[in-house]
Design a protein around this ligand. Sequence first.
Ligand code: ADP
Length: 219
Amino acid sequence: MSPRVIVVVLGKQGAGKGTQCKRLAQHLSIPHVSTGDILRAAVRDRTAIGLEVASTLDAGQLVSVDLVNRLVAARFAEDDAQRGALLDGFPRTEVQAGALDAILGDDGVKLCINLDVPNDLVAARLSSRRVCQECGAIYRDSDIEAISGTCSVCGGDVIQRADDLPDAILQRLEVYERDTAPLLAFYDQRGLLVRGDGDQDPQEVTADIRETLLERGIG
Ligand code: ADP
């Protein structure tokens, strides 16, 4: 079997990681693995893990490294992840980056894309963001789906994430600067880091990333 294609997508909350990962996952035929989505599904389904992490998520704090490592290792054991994955929200600390290397063994991370967006823009994007609780589709507060509360993709409930409220946004951006920003140097030192300009139309961001992937022999 050809080696796994593991691409890590980094960027502040609201940088557009989820949107880009969904598009690129289709293009590369590898799954979009979002630890945030996995954790939110657990909360929604009221599993034991969901009940344990619900208040941590709402406050915009990180869940324990052991828990998230276990979730990721289990996800990597699934069939579709044997080809690779676009990782969104993991790793988000240097300890998790080390754990990821241990989980992957010889098939290391192939590329890390940092979606760069200024702070004032991400704060505005997050506070106007609404999401479908079922399928994760993303809307703006002015969209008809947000106003009606019904997703036009799957009919699920469209809500505002508790961690998209102002206090939690500030908290998450602080956690990003403290814990996740150092990962840029971690991947840069390994020659794996590329910058993506996240302050453009989503289609343009995707086109730029696809070009970068081609240059690196991916996709
Ligand atoms: P965002 O990056 O916009 O905060 P995510 O959907 O990636 O959104 O994550 C939502 C929440 O899930 C985080 O604030 C955190 O509580 C939890 N979480 C997600 N990924 C991780 C991780 N790798 N380690 C610890 N906590 C995580």
